[in-house]
Write a protein that binds this ligand. Structure first.
Ligand code: MLT
Length: 265
C-alpha cells in the first residue's frame, strides 16, 4: 500500500494505476483498515483507494468542526487529486451517508455505487439525542466506555464469539481516535441531510449489502432503499451485524466482484 496525504487526509492506494478504481469510505468510529480484506482481494483486478475520514484514524482533526458537506468535499478532492475517472464508490454506514450525498451532488463523476449497512434518512430526534448523549459522555471523560458500547452494538454475536481477538483489535484501534475528531463526526452525522428523495434519481448500478443481524440499519430500512433505486440489487448477509465487510469478508468481496462483473466493470 502506498500512502498519500491529500487535504490533510491519509489516503492509501493499492497501486499507482488510476484506472478501474474503487474508492472505499469507512464507517464510524473506524478507519481505512475496515476494508483491508476487500482491498486484498479486489486489488488483484481494481485500483483500490481507502482513506481515513477527517477526524478519524490518521487523518487531520483540525478544529473538530465538521459538516457532512465537508466530508463529501474531502471525497471529491481525493477523486480529483488522484485524477480518478469515474470510480466505483463503496461506503459503509457513515461512509454510506457520505456516498449517498456525494451521489446526490456528483453522480456524473461516478461509475457505480455500493452501499453497505447504511441509510438515506437523516437522524430523527431520538438519533440526535443519542449523539448529544455520546458527546456528553466523551466530555465527562468516558470515551473508552462509549467506544466499548458503540462497537459492541455494531457487530453480530457470532463474530464477537468466534473472532474475539479480531473484535478486540477493532475496539482498541477505535479507542486510539482523537476525541475531538470523534465528536466532530458525531455532529456532522447529526446535521446531515436526508437523501431519500434522491434515491429514484440514482442512475448508477447500485449494490446494497445488509447484515441480517444489523441493529443499526436493518433490512427493514435497507430493502425499501433498494426498492427506490432503479438499477439496484439487494443482498442479505446471513448472521452478520452492521460490519459485514469485517464479519464476512469473503462473502462481501465476492458480492462486490460479481456485481462489478455483471455490470461490465
Ligand atoms: C457507522 O457505523 O458509521 C455508524 O453506526 C453510523 C451512525 O452512527 O449513524
Amino acid at each position: 500500500m502506498m500512502k498519500k496525504v491529500i487535504n490533510g487526509l491519509s489516503v492509501f492506494l493499492s497501486a499507482e494505476n488510476e484506472s478501474n478504481a474503487i474508492v472505499f469510505v469507512h464507517g464510524f468510529p473506524y478507519d481505512h483498515l475496515m476494508w483491508q480484506a476487500q482491498v486484498e482481494e479486489l486489488s488483484k483486478e481494481y485500483f483500490c483507494v481507502t482513506y481515513d475520514i477527517r477526524g478519524l484514524g490518521e487523518s487531520t482533526v483540525g478544529d473538530g468542526q465538521f459538516t457532512m458537506e465537508m466530508l463529501v468535499d474531502d471525497l471529491e478532492k481525493i477523486i480529483d487529486e488522484l485524477k480518478l475517472s469515474q470510480p466505483v464508490l463503496c461506503g459503509l454506514s457513515m461512509g454510506g451517508y457520505i456516498s449517498l450525498r456525494a451521489v446526490e451532488r456528483m453522480q456524473d463523476k461516478l461509475r457505480a455505487l455500493i452501499l453497505c449497512d447504511t441509510k438515506s434518512t437523516a437522524d430523527d430526534d431520538e438519533g440526535k439525542l443519542k449523539r448529544a448523549t455520546a458527546i456528553k459522555q466523551i466530555n465527562l471523560g468516558k470515551f473508552d466506555p462509549f467506544i466499548d458500547s458503540f462497537v459492541l452494538n455494531c457487530f453480530g454475536e457470532k463474530f464477537i464469539k468466534e473472532n474475539n481477538e479480531e473484535y478486540r483489535k477493532v475496539v482498541e484501534r477505535s479507542k486510539k481516535n482523537n476525541t475531538l475528531g470523534v465528536k466532530g463526526c458525531l455532529l456532522a452525522m447529526a446535521g446531515r441531510t436526508d437523501t431519500t428523495g434522491n434515491l429514484p434519481k440514482i442512475k448508477l448500478p447500485t449494490l446494497i449489502i445488509c447484515g441480517s443481524e444489523d441493529k443499526l440499519t436493518p433490512s427493514s430500512v435497507m430493502k425499501p432503499m433498494a426498492e427506490q433505486i432503479p438499477n439496484s440489487e439487494f443482498i442479505l448477509v446471513e448472521s452478520a451485524g452492521h460490519m459485514t465487510p469485517i464479519e464476512y469478508p469473503k462473502v462481501v468481496s465476492r458480492a462486490i466482484k460479481d456485481f462489478l462483473k455483471r455490470n461490465g466493470i
